[in-house]
Design a protein around this ligand. Structure first.
Ligand code: PMP
Ligand code: GLU
Length: 396
């Protein structure tokens, strides 16, 4: 008996793999500080939880419409209007089981086998693997820490070929925390304008975790909007990772394609989570801003703590909740027992020696870095950096 060849096309999620390993070690009684997952440590706001309870009492226990309840789609249109000055109609919205499924729906909707998908690197862990799953070809365009991990529009244009079908990126970026400002997006939009066959997937899931100002979307350029698919969701901004609720705003054509796909995959997102998301999106954003303030304080904290660590070469994250230091300084060094050859070795060394779990940068296409999630309590971050410094000081 053999399993499908499809399983060989793509790799397991390394973020989830490291989180699992970390949980297993904790279950054995080891005091692990888990900085792997990008998961808010805050509880879902209470009014959202109450809305979910009420939804069950009110009988929202049947199959929902495949693309989402109409009132939720209307609330998402209103959100796009209020937050992003963008006009969408409900038939241009598809609600899914997490932004992760939204992204997979979009890729399956637009990418044919052999099509190229341009992905600025570092990128979020699942992008390249989802493209491979769809038998597309990820074309990775590298940005360095010196570039604040942002590729230039020229680099992107140089990667475009007649086979390019999709350009996908996140801003604020997981894992680098970099944000494309309006001027940079305008330059990028002008390049993409010349290539009408290219769709643009703009992953804006960290919209509300922005430390530099107003969120800017590439969909604001009218000449491009028809080709842009905005992905967003409630996981990050509303501390709702476990509810599994994401959505897209796109052209009617792409929305219909995504609805068709998920009509065969899931029959639509969980009814109770949809009612909870409606409460999250229609109430004021005070809880979200409160969390954002905490993330910004933690950003400042980890940026300062990282200055104490000689071999961490970091940018200052402008959004999201990750620090992504270049750690090449340690390659070739040893504590006498283990030698560090790459970022993966360094992560395993820090897990074994400091009991701090992180994700190696190769999960995000940049194998000279490690990713540190700072979506955790300040005291834990201070303790984690103290442990890491002690362990790293032993590497000679
Ligand atoms: N995009 C990015 C950039 C992410 O970091 C994540 C991880 N949460 C997702 C999409 C998927 O989010 P969700 O939990 O809504 O599936
Ligand atoms: N997006 C989170 C992260 O990057 C969750 C993990 C995942 O979905 O892969 O850590």
């Amino acid at each position: 008996m053999t399993l499908s060849k499809r399983l060989d096309f793509f790799a397991e999620s390394k973020t989830l793999k490291m989180a699992k390993l970390s949980r297993e070690l904790s279950a054995q009684g080891i005091d692990i500080i888990n900085l792997t997952l990008g998961e808010p440590d805050f509880a879902t706001p209470i009014h959202v939880i109450n809305a979910a309870k009420k939804a069950m009492d009110d009988g929202f226990t049947k199959y929902p419409p495949v693309a989402g309840y109409l009132d939720l789609k209307q609330a998402i249109c209103q959100k796009f209007k209020t937050d992003n000055s963008l006009e969408y109609t409900p038939d241009e919205i598809v609600v899914s089981t997490g932004a992760k499924q939204s992204i997979m729906n979009v890729i399956l909707s637009v990418v044919n086998p052999g099509d190229e998908v341009i992905i600025p690197t570092p990128y979020w862990v699942s992008y390249s693997e989802m493209v491979k799953f769809a038998e597309g070809i990820p074309v990775l365009v590298d940005a360095t820490v010196e570039q604040n991990y942002k590729v230039s529009a020229n680099q992107i244009e140089a990667a475009i070929t007649s086979k390019t079908k999709l350009f996908m990126f996140s801003s604020p970026c997981n894992p680098s925390g970099s944000i494309w400002n309006k001027e940079e997006l305008a330059v990028l939009a002008d390049v993409l304008k010349k290539y009408p066959q290219i769709f643009i997937l703009s992953d804006e899931i960290y919209e509300h975790i922005n430390f530099i100002g107003r969120h800017e979307s590439i969909a604001q350029f009218d000449f491009l909007k028809e080709r842009v698919i905005i992905v967003n969701g409630v996981s990050k901004g509303f501390a709702m990772t476990g509810w599994r609720l994401g959505y897209i705003g796109a052209s009617k054509e792409v929305a219909q394609a995504c609805e068709k796909i998920q009509g065969q995959f899931t029959s639509g997102a969980n009814s109770i989570a949809q009612r909870a998301a409606l409460a999250a999106l229609t109430s004021d954003l005070k809880p979200t801003y409160k969390m954002q303030v905490a993330y910004q304080r933690r950003r400042d904290l980890v940026v300062n703590l990282s200055k104490e660590i000689k071999g961490f070469n970091c940018n200052t994250p402008e959004g999201a909740f990750y620090l992504f230091p270049d750690v090449r300084y340690y390659f070739g060094k040893s504590d006498g027992a283990s030698k560090i050859n790459n970022a993966e070795d360094l992560c395993m060394y820090l897990l074994d020696t400091a009991h701090v779990s992180l994700v190696s940068g190769d999960a995000f296409g940049t194998d000279t870095c490690i990713r540190i999630s700072f979506a955790t309590a300040d005291e834990k971050l201070v303790e984690a950096f103290a442990r890491m410094k002690k362990a790293l000081d032993k590497l000679k």
